[in-house]
Write a protein that binds this ligand. Sequence first.
Ligand code: ATP
Ligand code: MG
Length: 323
Amino acid sequence: MADKRAQRLAELIKPLRVKPGSEVNLAKDYDPGYKADFLNKKKDGPDLLRTGIALLADYQARLAAQDTYGVLVCLQALDAGGKDGTIRHVMSGVNPQGVHVSNFKVPSAEELDHDFLWRYARRLPARGDIGIFNRSHYEEVLVVRVHPENLDRQKLPKEAKGKDVWARRYREINDWERYLSDNGFKVVKLLLNLSKEEQRTRFLKRIDLPEKNWKFSSADARERQWWDDYQRAFSEMLSATSTDWAPWYVIPADRKWFARICAAAVIAHTLMEIDPKYPVVSEQARQELLTVKAELEDEAPKDAPADPYAAAHAKTGKAGMEA
Ligand code: ATP
Ligand code: MG
């Protein structure tokens, strides 16, 4: 982490991290229009996003090669918060084989027939992978809380539906994430924090531009009526479930370019903390490689160098294997 770039990213995300145990009032504590003073959209924006994406690509390759840790990124936002665009931009540099995106919508009949974490557990990343939850198990304390009829549909036994259901869910979610973290799966959670006015603007854009019409549904506008209830549910969720092992980051989402930089920075920072390393082969395996190397060199056609790769890279000092 001595890398200057890493330090810059760490500095950027520090104010966004929700301190475990703190009492959060989202509207008061986090400004959706916040931008780090030292950043300028035109001058620094593209460069920093590129840095974040390059770091992600590099660390994701190591994560996959090491095959020991997995990363779960949970993305929450209200409609038009920018989840899809964030995933598209932030993950643009990584090997698609190592990233899996899962979208969670209204639960199916089969899903409602199970415990509330079941459908999320089925989508967890494998070791070496990054899993992205586009909406996540946090819907279970957000939309389900704001619209309690969702809870009624969950077929819970009476004793599990009492007043303490939300406190219990927070605890169960924290326990589940701790279990994942203890077993090598790092959980990182991003709330894209949008202002009501910016949501209105984005909805209108989706209505005004015909090619965006498909993205808008009148249900989204209806959901807006519950804005204050969602803000309260977000605040409680952040207060109760930002933990040392699975912290929340509140990403200011009114400026898309800044939100993307922050999201890339948080994920890159998480990977840096894991610091995955390429496996080093054993001495015996290395000797075997050298034997094969000698055999391949013996096969060289008359006018070809014994090892074309080493010959081409000799000047740069990156020549083939030394014994
Ligand atoms: P987009 O609109 O960008 O396609 P989206 O994530 O908003 O993406 P939609 O199909 O519009 O997808 O909405 C999914 C809906 O499902 C959201 O309103 C969300 O709150 C709801 N949902 C997700 N999980 C649950 C849950 N466990 N119980 C009830 N509703 C849920
Ligand atoms: Mg939607």
